[in-house]
Design a protein around this ligand. Structure first.
Ligand code: PEP
Ligand code: MG
Length: 572
């Protein structure tokens, strides 16, 4: 097949190449395939084969989990293997096949039956095992259907995963393999899958139909241009290699400034911090020259497991991050699940508009025990470093007050129990337009704000951030978004509280003069973006940036603003 170039939407910068791996999500559901009496034996054999294969692959997975994540996590897989050996499970499936169901349907029906039995058990620990039952059942089901399981592949060659859509939790799971790039049909530039791809440095392009990419063919993914090349010619490949080398050189050059402060030519200092999803990433922030963490997305601690991390587990994650970063600040955001971040055991109902639904602080204020546990863990960790606690998705003052009441409740509990805690700051994300509009009032309630421009853009412009089809309408340089940012900045100046930004806008070089001009205290971004932004800050003058910000605020169209900013940057 000759070389073919396909245009898409750039989601995560960089270039890579490897073999395509088509990953399909298979819905776990009853297929209602009728079988004849004489087929029963055949179905039983198919089931036994799948059972053996699933056990073997789980054994492999257990070994790899043990190596990467330790014995405790491997114990979960061991429990799954035992479930496959449990006579109740196996006999039940065989009986259901004998009753005239296909092996797939028998696995589905039995899984659901046993799952609902677990769900009725009063003991919370046993009740939560329902999710394990479903996990094991769906694995067996995938094997019966013949679907591939990337997580279990023995991958030696670099792979480019091609998928319709990939949940953030799936991406984290598959990234353990030798995955070097992603091609997706769905997903906007600030979807959480894109954000995770950036932090994993995985070049990613979306808006590409899966059917256009053959299985196991050679691919180049250009996440900067938003292009995929199928079966590249030798010269195209040579060109891609040269570009990769150039990007590496630029990154090395920018990294040479790592230990210098981010200060403009006329002496304005701005803090450059990193966004992380896991305590292990604190090291990346430091090695890229960051001076703090501006966003720890703690919901990722809740993913790829069957129940929420308990207070001690959370305490350990926060303690480690704070001590690794000390004395630098660490902004830890309370769980922001929902939207495009599914956490099955939280039982968030299927919603027509999940981004407008049961998400983030709304969950914490409804199921207070979840938020209270997290706050207790945070307070306990506060003695180990410089803690900033941040609440996401605030739309009204009452929510901040309720969240602060919970902090108060947690401090009382800890004092009563004789448990120590240190000092900390409390802040909120400004990511809903109502919060930006009410910024002056909200600023009286907290110590700091952080602008979540990913959501602020989606809510101000009514554009789903995860929908590649409408990404043309999603633009954080839209004048309405910039005015909301400016309003927020004015409010913080007036009330004398700190202002940062942790949305993707912080790493957009075009937005830098505007943000510097408004006088933000801190810009937080994917750690690998810090060197590039630091280099730009050090080339700028604050008075020029202020002039640019004022000019931009008088403009009426995003295109006009973009052109003007491009010119300003090119003059550096
Ligand atoms: C944001 O909305 O800009 C933000 C930083 O939070 P998240 O991307 O996790 O929604
Ligand atoms: Mg957000």
């Amino acid at each position: 097949m000759p070389e073919q170039k396909i245009k898409g939407t750039p989601l995560s910068q960089g270039i890579s190449y490897g073999r395509s791996f088509l990953y399909e999500a298979i819905p776990f559901t009853k297929r209602s395939v009728e079988i004849r009496k004489e087929d029963v034996e055949k179905e039983l054999v198919r089931f036994k084969k799948a059972l053996k294969k699933t056990k073997e692959s789980l054994e492999k997975l257990k070994e790899s989990v043990k190596r990467r994540l330790g014995d405790e996590k491997a114990g979960i897989i061991e429990a799954h293997i035992l479930m496959l050996e449990d006579p109740m499970f196996v006999d039940n499936i065989e009986t259901t096949i004998k009753e005239g169901n296909s092996a797939e349907d028998a696995v589905f029906l039995t899984t659901m039956k046993i799952k609902s039995m677990f769900e009725e058990i009063p003991d919370p620990y046993l009740r939560e095992r329902a999710a394990d039952v479903e996990d094991v059942g769906s694995r067996l089901y995938r094997n019966l259907i013949g679907a591939k399981d990337l997580f279990l592949l023995d991958v030696r060659e670099p792979l480019i995963v091609v998928a319709k859509d990939l949940a953030p939790s799936e991406l984290i799971a598959i990234s353990e393999n030798n995955v070097v790039g992603l091609v997706l049909s769905q997903g906007g530039p600030t979807s959480h899958t894109a954000i995770i791809a950036k932090s994993l440095n995985l070049p990613t392009v979306s808006g590409i139909e899966m059917s256009l990419i053959p299985e196991n063919c050679f691919l180049i993914v250009d996440g900067t241009k938003g292009e995929v090349v199928v079966n590249p010619s030798q010269s195209t490949l040579a060109c891609a290699r040269a570009k990769i080398e150039k990007l590496r050189r630029e990154q090395r050059e920018a990294l040479s400034l790592k230990d210098l402060p981010a200060v403009t030519l006329d002496g304005l200092k701005v803090e450059l911090w990193g966004n992380i999803a896991h305590p292990n990433e604190a090291g990346d922030v430091l090695s890229f020259g960051g001076s703090g963490i501006g966003l720890f997305r703690t919901e990722f601690l809740f993913m790829n497991r069957n129940d929420p991390p308990n207070e001690d587990e959370q305490f350990e994650a926060y303690r480690k991050t704070l001590s690794d970063m000390s004395p630098y600040p660490v902004v830890i955001r309370t769980m922001d699940a929902g939207g495009d971040k599914e956490i099955p055991y939280l039982n968030i109902p299927k919603e027509d508009n999940p981004f407008l639904g049961y998400r983030a602080l709304r969950i914490g204020l409804t199921e207070e025990h979840l938020l209270l546990t997290q706050i207790r863990a945070l307070l306990r960790s506060s003695s180990f470093g410089n803690l900033y606690i941040m609440f996401p998705m605030v739309s009204s003052i009452w929510e901040v007050r309720k969240a602060k009441d919970l902090i108060q409740k947690a401090t009382c509990q800890l004092e009563k129990e004789g448990i120590n805690y240190g000092t900390f700051k409390v802040g909120i994300m400004i990511e809903i337009p109502s919060a930006a509009i009410m910024a002056e009032e909200l600023a009286k309630e907290v110590d700091f704000f952080s602008l979540g421009t990913n959501d602020l853009t989606q809510y101000a412009l009514a554009v789903d951030r995860g929908n590649a089809k409408v990404s043309r309408w999603y633009d954080h340089l839209h004048p309405a978004v910039l005015r909301l940012v400016a309003m927020t900045s004015q409010a913080t100046k007036k009330q004398g509280i700190e202002l940062g930004i942790c949305g993707e806008m912080a790493s957009d070089p075009l937005a830098l003069p505007f943000l510097l001009g408004l006088g933000l205290d801190e810009l937080s971004m994917s750690p690998s973006a810090i060197p590039k932004i630091k280099r730009l800050v050090r080339k700028f003058r604050a008075d020029t940036a202020r002039r640019i910000a004022q000019k931009v605020l008088s403009m009426r169209e995003a295109n006009e603003i973009r052109k003007y900013l491009e010119e300003a940057i090119s003059q550096l």
